[in-house]
Ligand binder design. Structure first.
Ligand code: ZN
Length: 574
């Protein structure tokens, strides 16, 4: 994805996002006074010293010094690059990242056309299900599965007629191919991809149709067919039903991951509206990261057959790198031959939800599965278990959960001294953060910057005082000047936006600390404190300059201009 992201977009993005919501979707926060707190995800701790401040739109850990704005959080927490973090944040607030490059513009315009074609195709399929007499089998199929008109409408379920060119008649061939709706023929032209199937539009988080899944109505193969990868459809990154889920509940307590479209729809039919399905692929780390943005608990509920059990294990294996403290994956194992669709039909919503709440914890499931076929009463069996578990446990992010898993392995393997988690990464993180810890006593320039950062409107006082910057040669004054300049040119700049001006500079670390310095004063006191600080700053600057000039006059004498400057300064010292 080439192309620069325009600065005004980043500023706008940071204004739209609420850092409390964002962080809370990754790491459950507790309200505590005017802050929100949690155990820090960046170092191991028992009592919470990680704080998020809504008024400042910043986070800060008093234990390890980690901190920053919403972008910094995503970069640190999800190990994303700057651009990835921007993309993530944009999708969190539901907007698209613009690019300042021609290839990107070209891609964007094909994508825009594809979205339009897909939307129109979805409406066409819905209309076919309603009005085309050929759709009778499809209607019967849905009725037999107990799908009501209401749910069919909610999910925009449609019917693709059994024809080679029902879409070709209405759209441009190349546009259909780009959107994944038609397959190019070698002889030129194209034919419809979905024929004689019930179709399920797959929507992204903004509600745009990105592709379709289709199910046959007879015994022909394949039973399920999905759109291919296109500019707008990425199987590995999207899940079916997420848009519908978030429309009814932006912050579900848990998300249930099932295997197919019909499971999602059947569960919705019974009032369970927090399930999604991977799109004919294994549940990936990307899928889980996506879901963890919206809920801290994910329950895997796959079919009770060999394929379903394998799918659970693959999903669990993929989940390890995402399992930070505060996130939970559970496994709901269904009896042989049972799938979520027929289970909820048989036992009803209440009992089904009861079963969800009895799902197996990931740690139990993991060790149970890993121990299969091993005899843990002999040494070889226990050694094999350690070997198998090692590569998984190493993938876990540092934290309490990682420690608990290691402890569990110690108990099972009866090896008390087991220490397979490399401590080096954690120690590095700790050292890196310790360096950045705030001094409790602020120098005058730090005090000025901290107050200004947290109260940009104070810039007025600086303007009123007409500072002669050239006179002030204290360390840090360039930084202060730069901040004054940014605030003057962007009067409404927020703290998180300000921070972006310093990303990847030597000053970033200092800025973060100063943004987070706690002042226990308010209103008029802030003004007074700041005004006093500026006065002291000016005086210190003048004093410095005076000393310099006096020294110089003693050593080598002053030129005319310097003599003038000296007398002006001395006149000011009353
Ligand atoms: Zn910390």
């Amino acid at each position: 994805m080439a192309g620069m992201i325009p600065r005004p977009f980043i500023d706008d993005l940071l204004v739209r996002v609420d850092i409390v919501d964002l962080i809370d979707s990754h790491l459950p926060l507790k309200k505590s006074g005017s802050n929100y707190t949690a155990r820090c995800p960046f170092h191991t701790e028992k009592t919470p010293s990680f704080a998020v401040t809504r008024s400042k739109q910043l986070f800060h850990c008093f234990g390890c010094g980690a901190g920053g704005n919403a972008i910094s959080f995503l970069m640190d927490f999800s190990h994303l690059s700057f651009v990835e973090a921007i993309e993530d944040l944009a999708s969190f607030v539901g907007i698209e990242v613009p690019r300042e490059s021609s290839t990107a513009t070209f891609k964007k315009s094909t994508a825009t056309t594809s979205f339009k074609v897909l939307e129109q195709a979805a409406s066409f399929y819905v209309e076919q299900l309603r009005n085309n007499p050929e759709a009778k089998d499809a209607v019967d199929y849905l009725k037999n599965r107990g799908v009501s008109g209401e749910v069919a409408q909610e999910f925009h379920i449609g019917f693709a007629p059994n024809s080679w060119d029902s879409l070709n008649k209405q759209f441009k061939t190349q546009e259909l191919i780009n959107a994944g709706l038609a397959i190019a023929k070698e002889s030129g032209g194209a034919y419809d991809r979905f024929r004689g199937r019930v179709v399920f539009p797959i929507r992204d988080r903004r509600g745009r149709v990105t592709g379709f899944g289709g199910r046959v109505l007879d015994d022909s193969l394949p039973k399920y067919l999905n759109s291919p990868e296109t500019d707008v459809f990425h199987k590995g990154k999207e899940v079916y039903g997420l848009y519908e889920l978030l429309s009814s509940n932006a912050k579900p307590d848990r998300i249930l991951v099932v295997e197919g479209y019909m499971d999602v729809i059947a569960l919705a039919q019974f009032g369970l509206n927090y399930s999604v399905a991977a799109l004919g692929t294994a549940t990936s780390k990307d899928h889980l990261e996506l879901l963890f943005r919206f809920s801290s608990e994910i329950v895997l509920c796959f079919d009770g057959d060999k394929a379903g059990r394998e799918a659970s294990w693959r999903a669990v294996s993929a989940a390890f790198p995402c399992l930070r403290d505060g996130r939970q994956i559970k496994i709901m194992q269904l009896p042989e031959g049972v799938d979520p669709d027929n289970l909820i039909r048989e036992i009803g919503l209440e009992n089904f939800e009861q079963k969800i709440s009895e799902s197996q914890a990931l740690s139990d499931y993991f060790f149970e599965r890993l121990s299969l076929g091993l005899n843990l009463s002999d040494i070889e069996g226990r050694a094999a278990l350690i070997n198998k578990a090692k590569s998984y446990l190493e993938k876990l992010p540092n934290g309490i959960f990682q420690e608990l898993m290691q402890n569990k392995l110690k108990v099972l393997s009866k090896v008390e001294t087991l220490d397979i988690i490399k401590q080096s990464t954690e120690n590095n993180t700790r050292n890196r953060h310790t360096k950045g810890q705030a001094d409790t006593k602020l120098s005058i320039i730090r005090l000025t910057i901290s107050l200004l950062l947290q109260n940009p409107e104070l810039v007025e006082i600086i303007e009123d005082k007409n500072i002669n910057w050239a006179l002030i040669n204290l360390p840090g004054v360039d930084l202060l000047k730069k901040i004054v300049e940014i605030i003057t040119t962007n009067p409404n700049v927020s703290l998180p936006c300000l921070l972006e001006y310093f990303r990847n500079t030597d000053q970033e670390k200092h800025i973060k600390i100063m943004m987070n310095h706690e002042f226990y004063i308010s209103g008029a006191e802030v003004k007074e404190e700041f005004s006093g600080a500026i006065d002291r700053l000016i005086r210190q600057g003048t004093d410095n300059r005076l000393t310099q000039l006096i020294d110089k006059s003693r050593e080598s004498g002053l030129n005319v201009q310097q003599q003038k400057e000296l007398s002006t300064l001395l006149a000011g010292q009353k």
